[in-house]
Design a protein around this ligand. Structure first.
Ligand code: F6R
Length: 612
C-alpha cells in the first residue's frame, strides 16, 4: 500500500528519496512521485514504477535540500499522473503526500469549492492540501503549523502525511492517525518513512509516531507533539533490522528467497523458547498474562488473508492441545458486527505487518469491551504489537514479497508453542505427548530443508500446469487451512482462479467443476484422515480430474493414485501444515514465474493493507 519517504539534510535529496521509494516498492503501488524545495517547489510524479520516476529525474534533474516522496496505491481516483502524489495547493506553495483515506473528503471539497478553490485531481489528498492552505490563508490559525493542526481536526478518516511549505523551506511536517510513520535520526540529517526499510541504510535511531501525533522536523532537530499542540518527549528506538535482510541475496525474487529462508526463520522463531531437557515452553511476552489466558472462557482469533489461515490452524491446535474453544474471525467482519466478547475472553490477533487496518480495528473493539488482547506479529514495533496487551513476535525477519510465506510458517509455529504451553498449564496435555511435540518442533527446520531440496521436481511439475485456467485444493483437518492457503498463494501471484475446500465439501458443489482440465491438489498428510482423503481422490479420478498430491514419504497408496506427488517427511499431525504448505508455495511461485507475472509485486495487491 502507499509509502512515504522524506529527507532533510546535506546528501543528494532526490537520490535518497528515490532509493527510499525503491525500498518501499514491496508494499505494492501504481504511481510514484516526489517534491523538493530549493528556492522553489518542484514536483515530478506519474503513473508507473519508481524506475520511470528515476528516468524522468535523469532527464529533468531537480535538486533540493529537503523533499518528500510517495508511492501511491489508488483509493480515490484511478492510477494516473494527475492523481499521483505529491499534491499541490492552489498557490503551488504547499505539497502533501498522504497514506490513508479522508472519509469526509467530499463534503470538505464542496466547502472549499464554494470558497473558490479548484481541484486538479480526484483525490482526497488534494482536498486536504487545499484545506490546509485555505485555513492558513484566511488567517484562521496563528501560523502554518496551527493551520495544519486545524485542518487535521476537521478530517475524518486515516492519514500518515508529510507536508512541505515553500514559505518554510527548512521544515517537514508529519502527522499520523491510523497510518504508520516514523522518523529516522541521522547526523545533521533527518529521515521520514512509513516503515523502517528506507531508513535502515542511513540510521538505526528511530522515533515512532502514535495516532494523534505530529512532528516538526528540521535538519538537526525534531519536535513531536499532539495535534492539540501539547509537546511530547518520545523514546528513541534502535532498529534491529539489517540491510541484508531486505535485499535479495542472489535470489531472482524476494518470494523465493523467503520460501528458502524457512528452515532458518522457523528455527529463529523457536530459538530460546523451547526447552527440550524439561520439555517446557517459555514465551516471555506472555508471562504476565498467562494466568488470565489459562482461565479464559474462549479464544477468538481475528486476522486477514494468510494470517487468517494460520489462525485456522491455530483453532485446530488450541482445541486439540489446550482443550479451549476457539473461534476464528475475519477481522473485517468481527469489528463491524458488535461482537459478543468480554472480560472472560481473549482476542488473539495475527498480523505479519502489524499494521493491517481491519485487524487493528478488531483489536481496538475487543479492548473496548474488556477482553484480553494478544498479538502475534512479525514487524517489531508495529502498531498492533504496541497496542496489544501482550504478545509473541514471530522473528521471521522482514517479509518483502507481497505473498506471505515465511510469516505464515512462523505464525503457525508460535500458535503451536502457545497451544502446547497452554495445554500443559491447563493440565489437559499428556506429558508424553507434550514431550514428543516439543522434540518434533526442533526437527522441523531440517524437515523443511528436505522439502526444499525437491524444488527442481516442483519446478518441472509447474511447467505442466502453467496454463491451467482453474485449480482446486482439497485438505482435511489441519490441512484444510493449507488448502485455502495454497489456493490463495496461486491466485494472488499467478492470477489463476483457485479454490480451497475441506475435502468432504467437494461433493456439495465443487465436484461439478471437475473434468480432465482441472488440476486438483490434494493435501493428504494427516494420518487420522488418510482413508477419507483416499476416497476423495478416487472421486476426483472417477471424473478424470488430475491429482497432484502432497503426501508423506511412506503413503504409497496416495502416491499410486496421483498423477504427480510431492513427498514430505512425516511429522505430528498438528505440525503437518508447516511442511505441506512449502511445496504449495513453490508450486505457485514457479507457475507465476512461467506466466511472466510480477511475483513480488502482484497487480492490485499491497503488502500491508492500511486502509479498511
Ligand atoms: C497473502 C497476504 C495477505 C496478508 C493479509 C494480512 O499472501 O499476504 O493475505 O496475509 O493482508 O496481512 P498481515 O498479516 O500483515 O495482517
Amino acid at each position: 500500500m502507499c509509502g512515504i519517504v522524506g529527507y532533510i539534510g546535506d546528501q543528494n535529496t532526490s537520490e535518497i528519496l528515490v532509493n527510499g521509494l525503491k525500498r518501499l516498492e514491496y508494499r505494492g503501488y501504481d504511481s510514484a512521485g516526489l517534491a523538493l524545495i530549493n528556492g522553489k517547489l518542484d514536483i515530478i510524479k506519474g503513473k508507473g514504477k519508481v524506475a520511470s520516476l528515476e528516468k524522468k529525474l535523469k532527464k529533468q534533474s531537480i535538486e533540493g535540500w529537503l523533499g518528500i516522496a510517495h508511492t501511491r496505491w489508488a483509493t480515490h481516483g484511478e492510477p494516473n499522473d494527475i492523481n499521483s502524489h505529491p499534491h499541490l495547493s492552489q498557490s503551488g506553495k504547499i505539497a502533501v503526500v498522504h497514506n490513508g483515506i479522508i472519509e469526509n473528503y467530499n463534503s470538505l471539497k464542496k466547502q472549499l469549492a464554494s470558497k473558490g478553490r479548484t481541484f486538479q485531481s480526484e483525490t482526497d489528498t488534494e482536498v486536504l492540501t487545499q484545506l490546509i492552505e485555505e485555513i492558513h490563508e484566511n488567517g484562521n490559525a496563528p501560523d502554518f503549523e496551527g493551520a495544519l493542526q486545524l485542518a487535521l481536526k476537521q478530517v475524518v478518516g486515516t492519514y500518515g502525511i508529510a507536508v512541505i511549505n515553500l514559505d518554510e523551506p527548512g521544515r517537514i511536517y508529519v502527522a499520523r492517525k491510523g497510518s504508520p510513520l516514523l522518523l529516522g535520526i541521522g547526523e545533521n540529517e533527518m529521515f521520514i518513512a512509513s516503515d523502517a526499510s528506507p531508513i535502515v541504510e542511513h540510521t538505526k535511531k528511530v522515533v515512532y509516531l502514535e495516532d494523534g501525533e505530529m512532528a516538526v522536523v528540521t535538519k538537526n532537530d525534531y519536535q513531536v507533539k499532539t495535534i492539540d499542540d501539547v509537546d511530547l518527549t518520545k523514546e528513541i528506538h534502535e532498529l534491529a533490522l539489517s540491510l541484508d535482510a531486505i535485499e535479495k541475496a542472489g535470489y531472482p525474487h524476494f518470494m523465493l528467497k523467503e520460501i528458502f529462508e524457512q528452515p532458518r526463520s522457523v528455527a529463529d522463531c523457536l530459538r530460546g523458547r523451547i526447552r527440550t531437557d524439561s520439555h517446557t515452553i517459555q514465551l516471555g511476552g506472555l508471562v504476565d498474562v498467562m494466568d488470565r489466558l489459562v482461565e479464559a472462557r474462549r479464544i477468538v482469533i481475528a486476522a486477514c488473508g494468510t494470517s487468517w489461515h494460520s489462525g485456522l490452524v491455530g483453532e485446530y491446535m488450541f482445541e486439540e492441545l489446550a482443550k479451549l474453544p476457539v473461534e476464528v474471525e475475519y477481522a473485517s467482519e468481527f469489528r463491524y458486527r458488535d461482537p459478543l466478547i468480554g472480560e472472560d475472553d481473549v482476542l488473539l490477533v495475527i498480523s505479519q505487518s502489524g499494521e493491517t487496518a481491519d485487524t487493528l480495528a478488531a483489536l481496538r473493539e475487543a479492548k473496548k469491551k474488556g477482553a484480553l488482547v494478544l498479538g502475534i506479529c512479525n514487524v517489531v514495533g508495529s502498531t498492533i504489537a504496541r497496542e496489544t496487551d501482550a504478545g509473541v513476535y514471530t522473528h521471521a525477519g522482514p517479509e518483502i514479497g507481497v505473498a506471505s510465506t515465511k510469516a505464515f510458517t512462523a505464525q503457525v509455529v508460535v500458535l503451536a508453542m502457545i497451544a502446547i504451553a497452554l495445554g500443559q498449564r491447563r493440565g489437559v496435555l499428556e506429558d508424553e505427548y507434550a514431550g514428543r511435540l516439543i522434540d518434533e518442533l526442533n526437527r522441523l527446520p531440517d524437515k523443511i530443508d528436505k522439502i526444499l531440496e525437491q524444488s527442481e521436481v516442483i519446478k518441472k511439475m509447474a511447467k505442466l500446469f502453467t496454463y491451467a485456467p482453474n485449480f482446486l485444493y482439497l485438505g482435511r483437518s489441519y490441512n484444510f487451512p493449507v488448502a485455502l492457503e495454497g489456493a490463495l498463494k496461486l491466485k494472488e501471484i499467478s492470477y489463476i482462479h483457485a479454490e480451497g475446500y475441506p475435502a468432504a465439501e467437494m461433493k456439495h458443489g465443487p465436484i461439478a467443476l471437475i473434468d480432465e482440465m482441472m488440476p486438483v491438489v490434494v493435501i493428504a498428510a494427516t494420518d487420522h484422515t488418510n482413508d477419507k482423503m483416499i476416497s476423495n481422490i478416487e472421486e476426483v479420478k472417477a471424473r478424470k480430474g488430475r491429482i497432484v498430491s502432497v503426501t508423506n514419504d511412506e503413503n504409497h497408496e496416495v502416491k499410486e493414485l496421483s498423477e504427480f506427488f510431492i513427498s514430505i517427511p512425516s511429522t505430528e499431525d498438528c505440525f503437518s501444515p508447516l511442511l505441506t504448505v512449502i511445496p504449495l508455495q513453490l508450486l505457485s511461485y514457479y507457475i507465476a514465474v512461467n506466466r511472466g507475472c510480477n511475483v513480488d509485486q502482484p497487480r492490485n495487491l499491497a503488502k500491508s493493507v492500511t486502509v479498511e
